[in-house]
Write a protein that binds this ligand. Structure first.
Ligand code: SAM
Length: 231
């Protein structure tokens, strides 16, 4: 039986990859990846030449069966996502569930590394001993409930957002915080393009950060921490 390595890769800066991750990618028989173009940039930078197999959130059952067959044949596979740690708002969990169910003898090994969630937690400056991670806010229905959950949380909350919706999300969050008793006591930290050339860390209330982003026309990906209410 082969081994399935779940390999964290950079969230921007291509130097953010561990020696172990590079060794695993070099030694694997094949690399499962979301977008071959994205993964090829990383592999090229580190002079790694490996067959790539596409595996993403819309992959068919047939693709999963092919992957299971490789593992049965003793092939060692490395799963990467476009950025960061697979399984964190990224494909991986479904495959791992199948592998652990169908081939319990296969070792599933985490190869640690970057993650936007832990990156922002490390610079938040809030108590992050316990926090709630909610992934992306819904894009259509359920947004109000999502931000109410954020505002009501007894823990600091981390969520992800795209540049297209960041201002809208911060304004909606601000509106809900305004209605809550702890409104004055909340502050947020938003990380934009972490580890990249235009990395920016914004601190303030949701309204203040939204106002600043409006002036700048936000580009790049965002990760946000909302400090838990101190009330
Ligand atoms: N698996 C990834 C991880 O470990 O962080 C997350 C994948 S999720 C599809 C992509 C989202 O993560 C982006 O929309 C953004 O919210 C956040 N993200 C990824 N890279 C980031 C970066 N360099 N700076 C800020 N946020 C980032």
């Amino acid at each position: 039986m082969g081994t399935l390595y779940i390999v964290a890769t950079p969230i921007g800066n291509l130097e953010d990859i561990t020696l172990r991750a590079l060794r695993v990618l070099k030694e694997a028989d094949a690399i499962l990846c979301e977008d071959t173009r994205v993964t090829n940039v990383l592999l090229k930078r580190h002079a790694i030449h490996k067959p790539l197999i596409s595996y993403h959130q819309h992959s068919t059952l047939q693709r999963v069966q092919e992957i299971l067959q490789y593992l049965r044949e003793g092939k060692n596979l490395a799963l990467v996502s476009d950025a960061g740690t697979p399984g964190i708002s990224d494909p991986g969990n479904k495959l791992i569930e199948e592998v652990s169910k169908e081939l319990p003898e296969v070792k599933i090994v985490p190869i640690l590394g970057p993650c936007a969630l832990t990156a922002i937690a490390s610079v938040a400056g809030f108590s992050m001993d316990a926090f709630l991670f909610l992934g992306f806010p819904p894009t259509k229905k359920g947004r109000k409930t999502f931000f109410e959950k954020v505002a009501a949380s007894e823990y600091s909350v981390v969520f992800y957002e795209s540049p297209y919706r960041i201002i809208k999300s911060l304004e909606e969050l601000n509106g809900i915080l305004q209605d809550s008793a702890a409104a004055e006591k909340h502050s947020i930290v938003a990380g934009r393009e972490l580890t990249k050339k235009f990395e920016t860390i914004y601190r303030g209330t949701a309204a203040e950060v939204a106002k600043q982003l409006k002036r700048e026309v936000p580009k790049g990906e965002f990760v946000i921490v909302v400090e838990r209410g101190r009330g």
